[in-house]
Design a protein around this ligand. Structure first.
Ligand SMILES: Cc1cc2nc3c(=O)[nH]c(=O)nc-3n(C[C@H](O)[C@H](O)[C@H](O)COP(=O)(O)OP(=O)(O)OC[C@H]3O[C@@H](n4cnc5c(N)ncnc54)[C@H](O)[C@@H]3O)c2cc1C
Length: 187
């Protein structure tokens, strides 16, 4: 079975798109300078699915590129020819707001603005804000260590971010494969 078939087997047909079924947004970032069709676009729904995709791709020696809100302006989320794009767009949502510990747990594909509003509703404030807040995801924010308007603490400061769920800021080989939905991924 080839890799695309293996990915479809693991995640279902609808979660692995190829050719014209890949939307324009997954072919370039906000700078839109270069447009490349990835070998496939994979849309996992859980950390376990991200882990399964990475395990299959690692086994096949297949390069991948994670994608969040595609608001980066330096081509980092745009695939290079032959790469498989893994978009976290289906992994969105705030799982827990805990005013006692002052923490928010959210999936990697959650928009920054959604997290800001969840914090506000609980009388808290997240110390990061940027113009792309309505389009960028927390996974992308952590990965790029995005700062923006306040910057009292960057994402890679453990006081700001204790981990990400379902797609970490860094994806070293073997790291995400060991995770399941109940665990957090230390940066
Ligand atoms: C109007 C505007 C204003 C901006 N202002 C600022 C600013 O003030 N400060 C600033 O730092 N940046 C700023 N940016 C840049 C951009 O918004 C940030 O870099 C943002 O953090 C990217 O998030 P994203 O979800 O769009 O990530 P993407 O653009 O999709 O990806 C960016 C990088 O992160 C990786 N990535 C994405 N998701 C994950 C994941 N779940 N796991 C692992 N890797 C992942 C991608 O592979 C890529 O390398 C701005 C952009 C725009 C368009």
């Amino acid at each position: 079975m080839n890799l695309i078939a293996q990915l479809r087997d693991a995640l279902g047909e609808a979660a692995v798109r190829t050719g014209p079924d890949i939307p324009a947004r997954n072919r370039t970032d906000a700078a839109a300078e270069v447009v490349v069709e990835p070998l496939a676009l994979v849309l996992p729904r859980s950390t376990a699915e991200v882990a399964a995709v990475l395990a299959l791709c690692h086994a096949a020696g297949q390069p991948v590129v994670p994608q969040g809100g595609m608001t980066g302006l330096v081509d980092a989320s745009r695939p290079v020819p032959g790469e498989i794009a893994i978009s976290l767009e289906r992994m969105s949502g705030v799982e827990e707001v805990d005013p006692v510990s002052g923490t928010i747990t959210a999936l990697a594909g959650t928009l920054l603005e959604v997290i800001q509003k969840a914090a506000e509703a609980a009388g808290m404030m997240i110390g990061i804000d940027l113009g792309a807040r309505g389009s960028c995801t927390v996974g992308g924010n952590v990965a790029t260590n995005a700062g923006g308007n306040f910057r009292p603490a960057l994402w890679h400061d453990p006081r700001q971010c204790q981990g990400t769920r379902g797609g970490a800021g860094r994806w070293p080989r073997g790291a995400v494969e060991r995770e399941d939905d109940q665990e957090q991924h230390r940066l």
